[in-house]
Ligand binder design. Structure first.
Ligand code: EPZ
Length: 428
């Protein structure tokens, strides 16, 4: 069942609840490797990528249980392997997040190099640079990262704290160093650290496990290494709400001229995106853990430029581009994070959008009347953009290779139907 069949146009109305954040759950699962005590997580989203990470950890001997919806208990007391094999890493780049914890706790790791993906080369050179600066010996051979911490005398290899300055902000790079530093000897200072809420959530989990972290969520994070970490004890760690999923449903409400409320959503994590919606003329209100968007009149074209948090999230650029196809005027969207993140533009043009890509910028003229047609998803957020366009296109839109969507959105067809959309999952 590899495609969505969407009938439009439709006006969405109602309430949908955001899940826990994919990009906070993935590091949280990897962090379970840092301790031999159980780690209990709540609000873990039911996503393909989370299942892949659980499978990867299972292959290392970590026990992963799901005693109740959204709850996951991980126990890394009997790890039997420190290898992340190619056939799993190639399906999910975030597997690189096991590198820091494995080095920190076991002094060794063999992790397949994550390949690039549709949106870019996605190197991990900054991860490796940082871990080497902490004392890891790293060789890249035959597609694998071979890393170990050389033993000093009889002492087991232990990483050493130092100051790491990232030349560019890297989310998983910051998380890998955070994990490595938690058990390192001495103090680590991460400069130009990623400020994404998911990084702050990973640091909060570590703190609950006994790590000494200050400055998470800012550009400078300081970690005092400790000898060992505990589990989460009696109180599970609740994964932070998924701001990208929330933003996607708010964009769905806006593009259809509807009225959509997303609950279990933190407006403070979405300020720049919500500001862009307001500048486009949508009504946006945030009240106690929920965000509501209403777009009664035609939207105005606005310019955006993606940037590391708290800037406009690159993971919402494709969805916002779809929205701008329906806005009055010309908008210019600049993608500064990834070199090839406009693959959705060509497919949107097949539906009738007036969009032109010029290097790092896409120029959209609207409003364009979209006509339903078959389109093909290329990556997670591009597929979300195509679904949004299908909601307003006249007639039937078939979005193929919807497995891209399943990586980051749980039951999107069900959620959209609950808001009044005509979406069904069919064979591609
Ligand atoms: C995380 O990827 C997210 N994934 C991505 O979300 C998100 O798009 C990205 O951060 C940017 O916000 C997870 O958290 C699992 P980066 P990550 O390292 O950490 C360059 C989604 O849709 N770079 O912050 O891989 C890199 O090429 C996914 O949910 C290096 O050059 O991104 C990029 O241009 C897609 N060398 C920039 O930094 C490195 O060693 C930012 O990448 C690392 C990164």
């Amino acid at each position: 069942m590899d495609a969505f069949l969407i009938k439009g146009p439709v006006r969405l109305a109602g309430t949908v609840r955001a899940s826990g954040a994919k990009n906070a759950a993935l590091p949280a699962l990897a962090a379970s490797l840092l301790t031999d005590a159980p780690v209990t997580l709540d609000e873990v989203p039911d996503l393909a990528d989370v299942r892949t990470m659980a499978h990867l950890l299972g292959g290392m001997g970590v026990s992963v249980e799901r005693p109740a919806p959204g709850r996951m208990v991980l126990d890394a007391s009997r790890v039997t392997s420190t290898e992340a094999p190619y056939d799993l890493v190639r399906t999910m780049r975030a597997s690189i997040l096991v590198l820091g914890p494995l080095l920190a706790r076991f002094g060794e790791a063999r992790v397949s190099l994550p390949g690039g993906c549709a949106i870019g080369v996605r190197p991990v050179d900054l991860h490796l640079m940082a871990l080497e600066a902490m004392g890891a010996r790293i060789a890249v051979e035959k597609g694998y990262i071979h890393a170990h911490v050389s033993r000093v005398g009889r002492a087991t290899g232990r990483l050493t704290g130092t100051t790491i300055r990232f030349p560019t902000s890297t989310v998983t790079g910051t998380e890998n160093v955070l994990f490595a530093a938690a058990l390192a000897r001495g103090t680590t200072v991460i400069e130009n650290a990623a400020r994404e809420p998911e990084v702050a959530d990973s640091a909060l989990l570590l703190t609950r496990m006994g790590a000494r972290v200050t400055g998470a969520g800012t550009g400078t994070i300081t970690v005092e290494g400790v000898e060992r970490l505990s589990g989460t004890g009696a109180s599970p760690h609740e994964i932070v709400p998924d701001r990208i999923e929330a933003g996607t449903y708010l964009a769905a409400g806006a593009i259809t001229g509807g009225d959509v409320t997303v609950t279990h959503a933190r407006a403070r994590d979405l300020e720049t995106f919500l500001d862009a919606l307001r500048r486009a003329g949508a009504g946006v209100e945030a009240t106690g853990g929920a965000v509501r968007v209403s777009a009664s009149r035609e939207l105005e074209a606005v310019d955006i430029e993606t940037a590391p948090h708290p800037g406009f999230p690159t993971d919402l650029q494709a969805q916002f581009l779809a929205l701008m196809t329906q806005a009055q005027g010309t908008s210019r969207l600049v993608e500064t994070i990834f070199e090839n993140r406009f693959l959705h533009a060509v497919e949107l043009a097949r539906l009738g959008a007036d969009v032109r890509v010029e290097g790092r910028a896409a120029v959209v003229r609207g409003p364009a009347r979209l006509e339903g047609a078959p389109v093909t998803a290329s990556d997670l957020r591009a597929s979300a953009a195509l679904v949004l366009a299908g909601l307003v296109a006249w007639g039937e839109t078939r979005v193929r290779r919807i497995y891209h969507l399943d990586r980051g959105y749980a039951a999107m067809d069900e959620r959209l139907r609950a808001l009044g959309a005509s979406v069904e999952r069919i064979d591609g």
